[in-house]
Design a protein around this ligand. Structure first.
Ligand code: GLN
Length: 205
């Protein structure tokens, strides 16, 4: 049970959701359930005073193009360097990785905030979407994958969630300090534990 004090902290925080492209509203609904306010982020000014920021699923190539066009890439990197937590889901996770496998080989990631390699659309076209139970540090978690990338930790990122051994056991949820990346979509699962973890990370000490 959250204490009343913790509730007050949650109510006073604003979580930004990058809203250049992609599935913004599903995250807004989860944060509303948890009592945290959200702000859609489209410009550098929208980053002002945020407690944390979400990079939603969508299309990573389109999002990275807009990030550069609006100079949000440098601005977001500066916020994270200043201690702001960030969480990327699926395409958003791709934007965070230091290496991305693309048709031309490995390229530096758009934001490069977590030491990890993303391989886009790694689970094939036919079988691009699937659901299965995952093993995470929070316990079993319903995994919903939509044209998901494969995520591999490099350097000091840690695995906090993976597929079950019978499904290959690969990483699906990584963390390096206050940077989190998940290849699946907890916002569609009805299970709010992963968003709650992020809210706790964003709460002022
Ligand atoms: N396939 C998309 C990409 O590479 C990600 C899909 C998603 O975010 N659901 O950007």
């Amino acid at each position: 049970m959250p204490t009343p004090g913790a509730g007050l902290k949650v109510r006073s925080m604003t979580i930004g959701i990058l809203a250049l492209q992609g599935a913004v509203q599903d995250h807004e609904r989860v944060f509303a359930r948890l009592g945290a306010s959200c702000r859609q982020v489209r410009t550098i000014a929208d980053l002002d005073g945020l407690s944390g920021i979400i990079l939603p699923g969508g299309e990573s190539t389109v999002m990275s193009m807009y990030l550069r066009e609006y100079a949000l890439d440098d601005a977001i990197r500066a916020c994270v360097a200043g201690g702001m937590p960030i969480f990327g889901f699926c395409a958003g996770a791709i934007l965070l990785c230091s290496e991305v496998d693309g048709p031309g080989g490995r390229v530096p990631g758009a934001l490069s905030l977590i030491e990890a390699r993303a391989t886009r659309n790694a689970y094939g076209r036919q079988n691009a979407s699937f659901e299965e139970e995952l093993e995470t540090n929070l316990g079993p978690f319903p995994g919903i994958f939509i044209r998901a990338p494969r995520l591999e930790p490099l350097g000091s990122s840690k695995i906090v969630g993976r597929r079950r051994p019978e499904h290959g056991g690969e990483a699906v949820f990584l963390r390096q300090g206050k940077v989190l990346a998940a290849s699946f979509h907890p916002e569609l699962s009805g299970d709010d534990r992963i968003h709650r973890l992020f809210v706790e990370l964003c709460a002022p000490a």
